[in-house]
Design a protein around this ligand. Structure first.
Ligand code: ADP
Ligand code: MG
Length: 565
């Protein structure tokens, strides 16, 4: 075995592989350089998804002949001088590796001119070696053309994706990065066909709306927040719309696109109880963190960051988004003023907390509409129940359809939330011991307090049964065994470090769902009226804790369109 030192060229090509994986990496590095150069317009042109050619042009600061020569060398950057400078960094680039990596594995041509220079420079570099340089005409700015990527790294070439996949990936990247730079016009084309172009936009929110599309734009809101020297600007969807994956969740730290599980977790927490499990909101989160409190040098492609005050940032995101949903519903969606709390039935703070009275549905409790006189203040008229599931009513003059199960679920969930650790429980008389499987018995016995706070008080009885002492709501048809099983399941499957409040919330959601009026249950007119009145009086009443809509207004427009008027 003979150990040799690799030659410079081989070393460069190996190093290039870390930064430049595929055409998308080139697009990303060149676009970031153009943003750093301060241009107002960036044009990205691909041929065959970039496999054949990538051209990125800007009207930024440009480079002198000397600068462009230097830029193509290894570890050359104009952005920092010393490691300490990283703490004051405001540019996207700083490693001084990108251009060198690109020119090592392609045939690259630079055409660039600074405003103050009379002539520009054209420089050709093949496989890392400069092959041609001449003065050339150009408007101030820079064009970089990268051809035949990986022509000298055949192993890498084999693993490239299709031109279509690369075009898609580039479009995805450009449309995201564009959100943070609304003052810059971006356009992307492939083989001469326009793929993406930004409308001139004034604000980030406008760009996010354009990205979301017309259908969802109306469901986006924005908020700002700050903690110490960190500032947050977030544009996000209201809980009545949601998406099947996280593709519409975009995070920027100091103008840099990042992926970070802790940031997405903060958003998840903000929507907990408002959106269905497995559904995701749209969000664009822009964080400005002091450069000395964030490490951007964690990953060669600079997509990962580390914060020194991680917890603080998590809570800033959570609080800023969450605070939006604490406001009255009508602020966000005038069309839904029907379910707003503009006419509270009971003054704030006098909300009854005795559950059966509140719901008016327990066997021992008289329906509220038939007892106390306050609720009749709201003009609600019940027409009928359909399919034993939907209540057809008139509320404040408009016809509406309400899902009885999820309306009731929302009431119970809110009630549990309001009471937090000590929900008002009703003694259950004559409760038979409920037998559960051994694993469930073990889990529940270890978590008696948590179960209690979720609205059901149980006491171990023998080796595998519980006596139910009291419940938050004794619904008709309530099946305690299946509730206990669901709670046990949640408790045993929750990840080890699930925060206490998150777990409590999940348990409450389960209890609310199981104790609520079920679909398929016949209700009397009085029961329906009590349910609807209580529901209308609730906060966050547009969706159930899982995010499903509860009420639909049958609007004039809807009927007109049904009958093609
Ligand atoms: P970095 O961006 O990390 O500094 P790069 O290899 O991407 O390293 O670029 C090297 C240098 O080349 C930059 O620091 C900058 O001075 C110069 N440069 C690159 N692209 C452009 C451009 N589009 N306009 C002006 N200068 C550029
Ligand atoms: Mg760069």
């Amino acid at each position: 075995m003979k150990i040799r030192k690799l030659d410079e060229k081989t070393i460069s090509r190996i190093a290039a592989g870390e930064v430049i994986e595929r055409p998308l990496s080139v697009v990303k590095e060149l676009v970031e350089n153009s943003i750093d150069a301060g241009g107002a317009e960036i044009v990205i042109e691909l041929q065959d998804g970039g496999l054949r050619l990538i051209r990125v042009s800007d009207n930024g600061c440009g480079m002198s002949a000397e600068e462009v020569r230097a830029a193509a060398q290894s570890h050359t950057t104009s952005k920092i001088e010393r490691i300490e400078d990283l703490d004051g960094l405001s540019s996207l680039g700083f490693r001084g590796e990108a251009l060198h990596s690109i020119v090592s594995v392609s045939m690259t041509t630079f055409l660039t001119r600074r405003k103050r220079d009379e002539a520009g420079t054209r420089l050709r570099v093949e496989g890392g070696a400069a092959t041609h340089e001449e003065p050339a005409a150009r408007n101030p700015g820079t064009t970089v053309v990268v051809e035949n990527l990986f022509y000298n790294v055949p192993a890498r070439q084999k693993f490239l994706k299709s031109p279509r996949a690369e075009t898609q990936a580039a479009a995805n990247f450009v449309s995201r990065i564009a959100l943070a730079y609304p003052e810059i016009a971006f356009s992307l084309s492939n083989n001469g066909v326009a793929v993406y172009r930004t409308e001139p936009a004034e604000t980030r929110a406008e760009r996010v709306k354009a990205m979301a599309g017309k259908h969802f734009a109306g469901s986006l809101v924005e908020e700002r927040g700050a903690v110490r020297r960190t500032r947050l600007h977030a544009v996000f969807s209201t809980p009545d719309v949601s998406f099947p994956n996280r593709r519409s969740q975009i995070f920027f730290v100091n103008g840099r696109l990042v992926r970070d599980r802790r940031l997405t977790a903060a958003v998840d927490t903000a929507y907990r109880g408002l959106i269905a499990a497995g559904r995701f909101p749209l969000c664009a989160v822009f964080l400005e963190v002091p450069a000395d409190e964030v490490d951007v040098n964690v990953h060669p492609a600079k997509t990962e960051v580390r914060f020194s005050a991680e917890h603080e940032i998590h809570s800033l995101i959570y609080r800023t988004i969450r605070s939006r949903f604490m406001r009255p519903v009508e602020e966000e969606k005038p069309a839904l003023r029907l379910v707003s709390r503009e006419k509270p039935l009971l003054p704030e703070g006098r909300r009854p907390v005795r559950p059966q009275e509140e719901l008016g549905l327990g066997p021992e409790a008289p329906p509220r509409a038939a007892g106390e006189a306050a609720p009749t203040a709201r003009p609600v008229e019940i027409y009928d129940q359909f399919f034993d599931t939907f209540i057809f009513a008139r509320v404040d003059g408009s016809p509406v359809i309400i899902d009885q199960h999820i309306a009731s679920e929302r009431i119970l969930y809110n009630q549990l939330k309001r009471a937090r650790a000590a929900p008002p429980l009703q003694k259950l008389l004559l409760s038979e011991p409920v037998e559960v499987p051994h694993y469930a018995f073990a889990v529940l016995s270890e978590n008696l307090e948590r179960v209690n706070s979720a609205g059901i008080e149980i006491e171990p009885f023998g080796e595998r049964a519980f006596v139910i002492r009291s419940v938050v709501h004794n619904a008709r048809g309530f099946d305690p065994a299946s509730l206990l099983l669901s709670l046990a399941n949640e408790l045993s499957s929750a990840p080890f470090k699930t925060p206490e409040n998150v777990l409590a919330d999940r348990l409450m959601t389960i209890t609310a769902c199981r104790m609520a009026v079920q679909s398929g249950q016949k209700l009397t007119r009085e029961e329906m009226k009590a349910l609807v009145l209580n529901y209308l009086d609730e906060e966050y009443n547009r969706t159930c804790p899982h995010g499903r809509p509860i009420l639909h207004e049958i609007s004039r427009e809807m009927l007109d369109s049904l009958f093609r008027r």
